[in-house]
Design a protein around this ligand. Structure first.
Ligand code: 6PG
Length: 483
């Protein structure tokens, strides 16, 4: 139904699949939705195909669109992240009045969101960068939403977003994350965790396929079973679907027909870059980004295959298949735990750096539904932060420590097996090194400090007394205190 005279509670700009699905979700949940797209064909198509789902107010100019919104006006931008977003923000800010709210629902880089929030605030309007997760299906049926921006705008925006968000046990999967770029930052790290989660699932598949020699359909069954335990999650569920799928053209397992070069739009890479900038070792996420990059280095890979790099001695799997499958499940669980633990570390560091005061419990709560990384064990993560909001690391929570007791030996066995089988398992292996580094009483960092002092007089601290010291390496090797 469309009614030009009715004012809309919310507007959507940009009606590609995500935008139109979000608009339909608003409409289906009782909101009158203003809709606008630069080329009106998309607007017409939406109204024609889905106009009966609720109240839509279509416009062909941005001015009419703005005029069709009730005050304070609220408009969500769902256009391709980048320059297009800036252009639409500018148009909206021009046409809107003081106190109106512009929401960017795309995957924007949080530093852009910080900049945009400043600019829009200077023009007297509110700007909310909101991470929206769940893909096309989530946008239509209930995404997880991570809005940043001024708390004030949450007062009016909150109920509308709650009406369309996914819902777990009566709790909507949306909450105000923090000021300016906090929402997009958290969505970025969500995506980084998503990359790591997908990669560890991929590594488990690789080991079962080429280590245990299982067929994709058989592995699909294994994943189906895993989905009823600790690993219960959307990504495990869809993995089983993908592995069970046959290519409609050839009848071969679809996974064998797909080119093994993983794409990316950049959010995982941003998470890794930001981890480096903040000095947070998000090794699982970074390795996942590198794994995608390596998979896409097709020229180098075929040269390496043709040139037959020496493989060394490759061993056959010499353990019971059922035991190996269970070991791989546990290694996957452990590596996934590390990825989440590291992701929460990055959020904590980002929150401190930018003064956002992000509550990790909020994230564990809203990520339980709607989003791509939704998983049963987020309930456990929530409980962990409920017990101790200042946990030094998620894996130090008593429940997860207990889980790791059961996971650590299988995890070590799987990393050894992968090495002996000559199969890559970058996140399984590097996460284990991360874990052992955290546990280690002494790290070779002491030696690195010695080397730095040797070639650059970079000084070092001592274990037995305070101060900063240097050895006269090129002289008599005496110790001097420099601070
Ligand atoms: C989500 C997804 C979504 C999208 C990403 C990842 O939370 O709904 O993360 O944002 O799938 O863009 O895409 P890439 O794998 O292409 O980087």
């Amino acid at each position: 139904m469309t009614d030009k005279n009715e004012l809309a509670q919310i507007g959507v700009v940009g009606l590609a699949v995500m935008g139109s699905n979000l608009a339909r979700n608003f409409a289906r949940n009782g909101n009158t939705v203003a809709v606008y797209n630069r080329s009106p064909e998309k607007t017409h198509a939406l109204i024609e195909a889905h106009g009966e789902e609720g109240n839509f107010v279509p416009s062909e100019t941005i001015e009419d669109f703005v005029a069709s919104l009730e005050r304070p006006r609220k408009a969500i931008i769902m256009v391709k992240a980048g320059k297009a977003t800036d252009a639409v923000i500018d148009q909206l800010a021009e046409a809107m009045d003081e106190g109106d709210v512009i929401i960017d629902g795309g995957n924007a880089l949080f530093t852009d969101t910080i900049r945009r929030e400043k600019d829009v605030a200077a023009r007297g309007k509110h700007f909310v960068g909101a991470g929206i997760s769940g893909g096309e299906e989530g946008a239509l049926n209930g995404p997880a939403i991570m809005p940043g921006g001024p708390k004030e705008s949450w007062e009016t925006l909150g109920p509308i977003l709650e009406s369309i968000a996914a819902n777990v046990d009566g709790t909507p999967c949306v909450t105000h994350i923090g000021p300016d770029g906090a929402g997009h930052f958290v969505k970025m790290v969500h995506n980084g965790i998503e990359y790591a989660d997908m990669q560890v699932i991929g590594e488990a598949y690789q080991l079962l396929r080429y280590g245990a020699g299982m067929a994709p359909a058989e592995i699909a069954e294994v994943f189906r079973e895993w989905n009823s335990g600790d690993l219960d999650s959307y990504l495990i569920e869809i993995t089983a679907e993908v592995l069970a799928q046959k290519d409609p053209e050839t009848g071969a397992p679809l996974v064998d027909v797909i080119v093994d070069a993983a794409g990316q739009k950049g959010t995982g890479r941003w998470t890794a870059i930001n981890g480096l900038e903040l000095g947070v070792p998000i090794t699982g996420i970074a390795e996942s980004v590198f794994a995608r990059a390596l998979s896409s280095s097709t020229a180098q890979r075929s040269a390496a295959q043709e040139g037959q790099l020496p493989a060394g001695t490759i061993k056959e799997l010499d353990v019971d298949k059922a035991e190996f499958i269970e070991d791989v499940r546990r290694a996957l669980y452990a590596a996934k735990l590390i990825a989440y633990s590291q992701g929460f570390d990055e959020i904590k560091a980002g929150s401190e750096e930018f003064g956002w005061d992000v509550d990790p419990r909020d994230l564990a709560t809203i990520w339980r539904g709607g989003c791509i990384i939704r998983a049963k064990f987020l309930d456990r993560i929530r409980a962990a932060y409920d017990n101790n909001a200042d946990l030094p690391a998620l894996i130090l929570d008593p429940y997860f420590k207990g889980e790791l007791e059961d996971l650590i030996d299988p995890w070590r066995r799987v990393v050894v097996a992968a090495t002996q089988l000559g199969l890559p398992a970058p996140v399984f292996a590097s996460s284990l090194s991360y874990y052992d580094s955290l546990r280690a009483e002494r790290l070779p960092a002491a030696l690195i400090q010695g080397q730095r002092d040797f070639f650059g007089a970079h000084t070092f601290k001592r274990t037995d007394k305070p101060g900063t010291f240097h050895i006269e390496w090129s002289g008599n090797r005496s110790l001097t205190q420099t601070d």
